[in-house]
Design a protein around this ligand. Structure first.
Ligand code: ADP
Ligand code: MG
Ligand code: MG
Length: 209
């Protein structure tokens, strides 16, 4: 399905997408958090871009490991270690692998969500990035079950993540800074769910182009 240079391309589009949506993510976080999610993400993905520019990747696993370490080191706030964990889980799925297949994508989404749950002591329904990521995993797994094409699988994840992010508006935040607001967090979209949806959209859009 995807070779190393294509994965690099998808990660570049991810970084660009985050940069383009920096203000939007910061506004979302301004409403229910401390207004830095766009800044945190754009800083982290700038270092991902730097990592991609450096190159010298042995394989897809090595690529995700280096990007994950860049995110852990440079994204401030709660989201840094969580996104870093997601990338490091992807690195484990792709250990010693040259290319990525649709089934790997599903496994990456699953393991990334598991890693975030563990690290964040969180689960779906708590108004976090997991409310985009878990529906994306489920939609991608369904698409694989139904024998859909690789592009349809990526698109299914993109759509489910976007719907999941919008769906966080009606949830009460139970993790992170937004949880301090309790019921007052209702009516606002979770910034981390919004950024997770953007990240998955970038992957689908890269391969659709
Ligand atoms: P901070 O809250 O430290 O300022 P960010 O603003 O960058 O960090 O990230 C906030 C996002 O991180 C939230 O919108 C939410 O999606 C996610 N998040 C926070 N805590 C958790 C957690 N325990 N589990 C999963 N996601 C979390
Ligand atoms: Mg914040
Ligand atoms: Mg912060």
């Amino acid at each position: 399905m995807a070779e190393l240079n294509q994965i690099i391309g998808a990660l570049r589009l991810m970084a660009e997408t985050i940069e383009k949506n920096k203000e939007h993510l910061t506004e979302l976080d301004g409403a229910i958090g401390d207004g830095d999610h766009g800044i945190n993400m754009s800083r982290g993905f700038a270092f991902v871009k730097e990592t991609l520019d450096k190159g010298g990747f042995q394989n897809a696993g090595d690529l995700f490991k280096k990007c994950g370490m860049a995110l852990v080191a440079h994204v401030g706030g709660a989201s840094g270690p969580l996104y870093g964990t997601a990338f490091l889980r992807a690195a484990m799925v792709l250990k010693d692998r040259e290319d990525v297949h649709a089934a790997d994508y599903v496994q990456i989404l699953k393991d990334a969500a598991e890693g975030i749950k563990m690290r964040g002591k969180s689960d779906r329904g708590e108004k976090t990035m997991l409310d985009a990521l878990i529906p994306a995993y489920e939609a991608a797994a369904d698409a694989v079950q139904q024998g859909k094409s690789a592009q349809e699988i990526l698109n299914a994840a993109k759509v489910a993540a976007a719907e999941g992010a919008v769906g966080t508006e009606k949830l009460v935040a139970q993790k992170g800074r937004a949880s301090y607001l309790g019921e007052r967090s209702i009516g606002h979209q979770d910034p981390g769910a919004a950024s997770a949806a953007l990240v998955l959209a970038a992957v689908a859009d890269y391969f659709a182009a």
